[in-house]
Write a protein that binds this ligand. Structure first.
Ligand SMILES: Nc1ncnc2c1ncn2[C@@H]1O[C@H](COP(=O)(O)OP(=O)(O)OP(=O)(O)O)[C@@H](O)[C@H]1O
Length: 218
C-alpha cells in the first residue's frame, strides 16, 4: 500500500424494488446504506457477511455496473474489472470475442487486446472452445474464461466474487497461485469470500457488511 486512494465510497446506499401485487404497491429492500470507505492502491480488501448481506451488490457498484440509489462512488482515474461467475459475457459470441470486448471495455487498443488474447487462451486451457459461443460452455468453463480474462487484463482494481470456489481441482490450484501473485503485487483487490482461512491469508483489511446494520462508516 502506498496511501494513494483509488476509489472512494461516500454514503453509498442501494435498494432493490420488490414486485408488488396487482393491488399492492411495490416494496423496497435496502441492501445497504450509508457505506463510507476509501480503497487504497495495492491493498487487498475482503468483504464478508452472511448470504444476502449485500457483498455482490457492493462489488457491482464498485465496478460501475450498478448505480447507487444514495451517495456516490468516486473513481480517482482507475480501471476496474469484476471477476464473477456470472461475468458479463455475451452468450452468442465465442470466447475470443468476449475476451477482446472485455479488453476494449477496459481501454485496451485492439492491438493490445489481441496481444493479451493468447495468454488468456493458454491460461484458460479452453483450447478450441475459445472459438465456440459461450452459451455452449459448462459453468466451470465460463468461470475459467472469466478468471483468465480478469487476471490477464490487469485492471488497476480487480474485484473478485467467490471466484476460487469453482472449476476443477487443478484449475482451482492454478488460479489460487495466480491470485496470490496478484495479491502480493501492487494489484488492488476487493475480494468477497466466505472462507475465513482465505481471508486471513489474503486480506489486509476486512469490511463486514452484516455487522454494520444501518449506517456504515469505515
Ligand atoms: N436483482 C435483485 N432484485 C431484488 N433484490 C435483490 C437483487 N439482487 C440482490 N437482491 C437482494 O439484495 C440483498 C443483497 O444481495 P447480494 O447478492 O448483494 O448479497 P451477498 O452478500 O452477495 O449474498 P451471498 O453471500 O449469498 O452471495 C439480498 O437480500 C438479495 O435478495
Amino acid at each position: 500500500m502506498n496511501g494513494q486512494i483509488v476509489l472512494s465510497a461516500r454514503n453509498l446506499g442501494v435498494r432493490y424494488k420488490r414486485r408488488g401485487g396487482l393491488f399492492r404497491p411495490p416494496r423496497y429492500h435496502q441492501a445497504f446504506r450509508g457505506l463510507t470507505f476509501d480503497l487504497y492502491q495495492g491493498e487487498t480488501l475482503a468483504l464478508t457477511g452472511r448470504n444476502g448481506a449485500g457483498k455482490s451488490t457492493l462489488l457491482k457498484v464498485l465496478a460501475g455496473i450498478l448505480r447507487p440509489d444514495e451517495g456516490r462512488l468516486i473513481n480517482h482515474g482507475v480501471t476496474v474489472s469484476l471477476l464473477s461467475l456470472q461475468a458479463g459475457f455475451d452468450p452468442e459470441l465465442p470466447g475470443t470475442d468476449n475476451a477482446l470486448l472485455s479488453a476494449m471495455l477496459l481501454g485496451y487498443t485492439r492491438a493490445q487486446a489481441r496481444a493479451s488474447l493468447s495468454r488468456i487462451a493458454a491460461f484458460s486451457e479452453l483450447g478450441t472452445f475459445m472459438d465456440e459461443p459461450v452459451k455452449t460452455y459448462s459453468s466451470g468453463m465460463r468461470a475459467r474464461l472469466g478468471f483468465s480474462v480478469a487476471m490477464f487484463l490487469s485492471p488497476d482494481v480487480l474485484l473478485i466474487d467467490e471466484a476460487l470456489a469453482v472449476g476443477d481441482r487443478s484449475f482451482r490450484e492454478k488460479a489460487e497461485r495466480e491470485m496470490n501473485k496478484k495479491i502480493h503485487s501492487l494489484q488492488t483487490v476487493v475480494l468477497v469470500s466466505h472462507s475465513e482461512s482465505q481471508i486471513e491469508k489474503l486480506a489486509d483489511r476486512v469490511i463486514d457488511l452484516q455487522s454494520l446494520g444501518g449506517r456504515h462508516v469505515l
